[in-house]
Design a protein around this ligand. Structure first.
Ligand SMILES: Nc1ncnc2c1ncn2[C@@H]1O[C@H](COP(=O)(O)OP(=O)(O)OP(=O)(O)O)[C@@H](O)[C@H]1O
Ligand SMILES: O=P(O)(O)OC[C@@]1(O)O[C@H](CO)[C@@H](O)[C@@H]1O
Length: 305
């Protein structure tokens, strides 16, 4: 089974504003809500790709209820832990540029953590766990590292999509897969990564440390996938970007989905990039037909040192 873990879900509130101005009353011309948080997005895109998953994580209050009921209506299995306090609301403003205001997590107690860890104890070889998004302030930044070690000992594949200190800590436990964007890699290695050439030595040392897959994305400027055996690069297809929120989560879902379908590495990489771009080119999250329409526009090439 595939499990997604969202420690810090969110009700995403999207507003479109003609020309957003600070220090003024701005009125939106359109808005909509969606259940969010990185792992939840991964579960939703997996569902669109035809892959079942179980969404785990912490939810609370009316916002938590909204997330749970919406995700369940989409026929995604959930096994959330109920916490005190309300799940945050993240505001996504689309104007001349995209701006985001992400809220803080409600408090997560040690009992809440124990309840989640009990669920990990039932996971077995062949399962995949995707640990995605920010870590609430009430938890240590080492949680992903701790759970990666614990899950790997159980034979579970661990995919991590996070940033900052939780990513620094998590890579010590050698997860199966990480998906930094070039800004996150730059922060991780203390260097400003702008090109594939510049990224390769850093990506190579992550692979040498024992991570199986590093998928590095550069938004609309391509991506690079490294394993112990090979380094591949991809272009991103051209299109009109309608919403880049959740594009990275879609890339992760695309890769996992392709692997579960048994695709070869290059095809799985192409599928992952198509899924990320399908979300970027849509108002909601990627659909399977949109992904398939983009596959032919993505060329995968072996990287030459
Ligand atoms: N301008 C774009 N054109 C085409 N595809 C895009 C564009 N921006 C993002 N994507 C798609 O989304 C994927 C992830 O983008 P990005 O590198 O911005 O990751 P991210 O920062 O994790 O994403 P997110 O915006 O969800 O946080 C890219 O690999 C690509 O497939
Ligand atoms: O604050 P975090 O956990 O880093 O990111 C949360 C978030 O911005 O990520 C998703 C898009 O990737 C959104 O659904 C959600 O609001």
């Amino acid at each position: 089974m595939i499990y997604t873990v969202t420690l810090n879900p969110a009700l995403d509130y999207f507003v479109s504003v003609e020309s957003f101005k600070t220090s003024e009353v701005n009125r939106s011309k359109a808005d909509h809500k969606a259940p969010g948080g990185k792992g939840i997005n991964v579960s939703r895109v997996l569902k669109h790709m035809g892959q079942p998953s179980v969404a785990l994580g912490f939810i609370g209050g009316f916002t938590g209820e909204y997330i749970k009921s919406t995700v369940q209506q989409e026929e995604i299995q959930t096994d959330f832990i109920q916490v005190e306090g309300d799940t945050r609301i993240n505001v996504k403003i689309k104007s001349d540029v995209e701006s985001e205001l992400n809220g803080v997590s409600p408090n997560i107690s040690s009992d809440n953590v124990r309840d989640l860890e009990k669920k990990f104890e039932k996971m077995v070889h062949g399962d995949t766990v995707i640990l995605s998004g920010s870590v609430p302030n009430s938890l240590p930044p080492t949680v992903y590292q701790h759970w990666t070690s614990l899950l790997k000992k159980r034979g579970v594949e661990v995919f991590i999509d996070t940033s900052g200190q939780p990513l620094v800590e998590a890579i010590q436990a050698k997860p199966t897969f990480i998906k930094p964007n070039h800004h996150e890699l730059s922060e991780l290695v203390g260097d400003s990564i702008q090109t594939f050439e510049h990224a390769v030595p850093h990506v190579q040392s992550l692979i040498d440390s024992g991570i199986d897959y590093v998928l590095l994305t550069f938004a609309g400027d391509g991506a690079l996938l490294a394993t112990k055996e090979q380094i591949l690069t991809a272009n991103t297809p051209n299109g009109i970007v309608k919403n880049s929120i959740g594009a990275g989560d879609s890339t992760v879902a695309g890769f996992v989905s392709a692997q579960k379908e048994g695709m070869e590495l290059a095809d799985a990489f192409r599928f992952a990039i198509a899924t990320g771009s399908a979300t970027a080119f849509s108002t909601g999250l990627a659909t399977r037909s949109k992904v398939e329409s983009l596959l032919a526009d993505i060329q995968i090439t072996a990287y030459k040192q």
